[in-house]
Design a protein around this ligand. Structure first.
Ligand SMILES: C[S@@+](CC[C@H](N)C(=O)[O-])C[C@H]1O[C@@H](n2cnc3c(N)ncnc32)[C@H](O)[C@@H]1O
Length: 487
């Protein structure tokens, strides 16, 4: 295969939580549709790059069968090396062109195409939909992300100016330097008393902060096509697919718990979810979408019975603001939800539920273990659509506490050995991990050492013997909280 721009400049590859089958199956679970059990799922990623999104799934779910392909042979080779070093046999990567893939590639319960659709020519975009239709199992779910309109008009405006500035400039370093020069020129010289240029400036600043490789490919690459939701859905429909939901729960809010804005939109345009969401995109100048598609033939009843929440798992960092909260009466308790958000709850069952969720954080717990009360189910769904807690259809295999011979995620240990400062958590998130002592400690957790052995290893490394046992406990606790411990 001829080298591509992605062979010339590697694209950073890492997990995207919103693409995980545990999340993709959520709308199916809430709508009462069948979906494949995620721990044994067949998963395909189209345009997987170095497979940083699917290798962690293969590590967490030994029973899953995972395939990824990409046009960039060097990205596939890099991913294959990681797979070989981890000794994984449930994942396969191939250097392939979307245009060459058809039904013979296999049937998959979950198909992911992240960061591909808007960055490939029309014929390949068509190929993405064709592959999904051909390879998606009857109860399957597909995730496709794309740049959205109308918000992307603003990004297009900047891209066109930058592209003009870069005319005739070739090569990664030169294009990057030229783009940055232009962005700074704009920020320093466009007027501050003009609302449009002020908005453009804030986009320019965000672009300057982006990873240079992402900037090079995403903003400065040859193709950058945004779409209105209705255009994307029409394209999917032409290929026998249909809109099921947006991947991020916040986008179900107006459908499940409509605000006055949602009510006004449905009064004006009806309750069709695509129509409704299209108008909400207009109001919010939406820039990006991550849409879950399914086969057009599937009958979808969008009525959500809140009791279906009881089949799910929940995770959240909720903390009661006071040390000894009253969880039994109707006295309001304030819960801090992270990122500065807080909520006051007086319903005793919901208070207890949220308290339990926070105690288990970051480990998900089954909703079935929380007080069995319709207010809890509805409350959890509301908190989820507000972005305060996470709901999934399955539990990620991460340990709440370390076992006799603690084991850290083999992927995280390999990433450390490869010198990476950001590791992949077992909950399919990224964990910044730069502290030298913790890095050294994590490498010891291969399941061969007891706590006593770990103490000895720290002492041999120069640690103070009297405090070494406490250090081991503190490190193990910290790693469990980061979702890096398997056992
Ligand atoms: C922006 S990157 C996204 C990579 C990855 N999905 C992610 O989100 O990190 C786009 C990927 O699509 C791949 N790609 C582009 N055209 C393709 C084609 N015709 N067939 C297969 N992969 C293709 C590129 O090689 C690149 O790895």
């Amino acid at each position: 295969m001829a080298p591509t721009l992605y062979d010339e400049v590697a694209y950073p590859s890492h997990p995207f939580r919103q693409t995980h089958p545990d999340r993709l199956a959520l709308p199916a679970a809430l709508f009462g549709l069948p979906y494949a059990p995620t721990a044994a799922a067949r998963v395909l990623e189209i345009g997987c790059g170095e497979a940083g999104n699917i290798i962690p799934m293969a590590v967490s779910y030994p029973g899953a069968a995972i395939v990824g392909f990409d046009l960039a042979a060097s990205a596939i080779a890099a991913g294959q090396q990681v797979i070989a070093r981890l000794g994984l046999s449930n994942i396969r990567l191939e250097a392939r062109d979307i245009l060459e893939v058809g039904a013979e590639f296999g049937q998959f319960d979950y198909i992911i195409a992240h960061g591909v659709y808007s960055w490939v020519p029309e014929v390949v975009r068509d190929g993405v939909m064709r592959v999904i239709r051909a390879c998606l199992a009857p109860d399957g779910l597909a995730f496709v992300s794309y740049n959205a309109l109308p918000g992307c008009h603003m990004r297009m405006m900047i891209r066109e100016m930058v592209m003009h500035h870069l005319r005739g400039v070739v090569g990664f370093e030169a294009r990057l330097a030229g783009a940055r020069d232009f962005l700074r020129l704009y920020i320093d010289n466009a007027p501050d008393d003009h609302p449009t240029s002020l908005t453009i400036k804030s986009y320019c600043r965000a672009m300057l902060d982006r990873d240079p490789r992402v900037l090079f490919h995403d903003e400065l690459g040859p193709v950058f096509e945004p779409f209105y939701l209705h255009e994307f859905v029409s394209h999917a429909e032409r290929h026998g697919l249909k809109f099921l939901a947006e991947a991020e729960g916040q986008w179900w809010r107006e459908e499940l718990f409509p605000s006055s804005r949602g009510k006004a939109v449905s009064a004006a345009v009806g309750s069709d979810p695509v129509q409704m969401q299209q108008y909400l995109d207009y109001f919010q100048a939406r820039l990006f979408r991550q849409t879950i598609l399914t086969h057009a033939e599937r009958r979808v009843d969008r009525t959500v019975d809140y009791r279906r929440v009881r089949q799910l798992w929940v995770a959240g960092s909720a903390r009661a603001a006071e040390p000894d909260p009253d969880l039994t009466s109707r006295v309001a308790v304030r819960f801090e939800l992270g990122a500065g958000a807080a909520i006051s709850i007086d319903d005793p069952a919901l208070k207890q539920a949220l308290f339990q969720v926070g105690q288990a954080w970051p480990r998900p717990i089954p909703v079935a273990e929380l007080p069995d009360d319709p207010d809890v189910d509805e409350g959890l769904l509301q908190l989820f659509t507000a972005g305060h807690i996470d709901l999934t259809v399955g539990a990620t295999p991460m340990a709440a506490t370390a076992g006799e011979r603690p084991v850290a995620s083999p992927l995280a240990r390999l990433q450390l050995a490869m010198g990476q400062s950001t590791l992949c958590g077992l909950d399919h998130t990224m964990v910044a991990f730069e502290d030298e002592a913790s890095r050294n400690f994590l490498t010891l957790l291969d399941g061969s050492r007891t706590r006593d052995d770990l103490v000895e290893a720290l002492v041999a490394g120069g640690a103070d013997r009297p405090s070494a046992a406490d250090t081991v406990e503190a490190q193990l606790k910290g790693l469990a909280r980061l979702g890096l411990l398997v056992a």
